[in-house]
Design a protein around this ligand. Structure first.
Ligand code: NAD
Length: 254
């Protein structure tokens, strides 16, 4: 209990999947959580559920690819909770298409939602965290940011971008950079059961193929990732910056 007591955390894309599990766990461990998403109905529901369980959370509508939305979310967070300690750049989308069939418009949509968002979130959170005396930024990349697979090239490009942007941002935020006292790390899940992977896991043949990617013998649960995020959000990880927390059942070990 209380591993992030008193911290103020924004979790994007927290209306469902990995984001709602992260928001719930951070709230359970004492953080005040700002849940953001484009899905208003589900986002409100997650905030209410956290409230019913004794946690503190508010929901803000937020398109992570919009610069104005980021400015509004940071401003509202500061007016509600007076500081910002943790940002989890979690919102993301995937496109299952090979390079030949991907249009430039589709490519740009994936890059915008998955990578522009991380740049914008980091840019505006840095300002707020500096004022709060420091903080922790956690960027959801993927095993797809480390190794390739067939037919998801735009997703791989976006998640590879998140991985290396994280390291550059960690340096800028460190004492060797601009001395903001902000740690920046990336998290790399293997396949986890959420809406994003529903189709992959519903079909029996593809479920078997996807399961076989994981030497541990099964895919992951949202909580497996939430515990990694909790560690990076907490002061337990105070010496950790610019690193990759891989939570993938051994996928990238071979
Ligand atoms: N599920 C996996 O297997 C897996 C594996 C590796 C990495 N990830 C990454 O983890 C993160 C969460 O994935 P998930 O599986 O929970 O996905 P999900 O599809 O279940 O949830 C994503 C959430 O993001 C929201 N969202 C989409 N576009 C948005 C936008 N423009 N602005 C704000 N919110 C938006 C959706 O409404 C949804 O609530 C993503 O970045 C994803 O790439 C997931």
């Amino acid at each position: 209990m209380d591993r992030v007591k008193g911290k103020v955390a924004i979790v994007t894309g927290a209306a469902g999947g990995l984001g709602s599990a992260q928001a719930s766990l951070l709230a359970k461990e004492g953080a005040k959580v700002v849940i953001t998403d484009i899905d208003e109905a589900q986002g409100e529901k997650v905030a209410e559920e956290i409230g019913h369980e004794g946690g503190e959370a508010i929901f803000l509508k937020h398109d992570v690819s919009s610069e104005q939305d980021w400015k509004d979310v940071i401003e509202k967070t500061l007016s509600e909770f007076a500081k910002l300690d943790v940002l989890v750049n979690n919102a993301g989308v995937i496109l299952f298409k090979n390079i030949k069939d991907t249009t430039l418009e589709e490519w740009r949509w994936v890059i915008k939602v998955n990578l522009d968002s991380v740049f914008l979130g980091t840019k505006y959170a840095m300002e707020a965290m500096k004022e709060s005396g420091g903080g922790s930024i956690i960027n959801l990349s993927s095993t797809a940011g480390i190794v390739g697979t067939l037919d998801t090239s735009s997703y791989h490009a976006s998640k590879g971008g998140v991985r290396i942007f994280t390291k550059a941002a960690a340096l800028e935020c460190s004492k060797a950079g601009y001395d903001y006292n902000i740690r920046v790390n990336s998290v790399h899940p293997g396949v986890i059961k959420t809406a994003m992977t529903k189709d992959l896991l519903e079909d029996e043949d593809s479920r078997k193929e996807v399961t076989d990617w994981h030497p541990i013998g099964h895919v992951g649960e949202p909580e497996d990732i939430a515990y990694g995020v909790l560690y990076l959000a907490s002061d337990e990880s105070k010496f950790v910056t610019g690193t990759e927390l891989v939570i993938d059942g051994g996928w990238t070990a071979r």
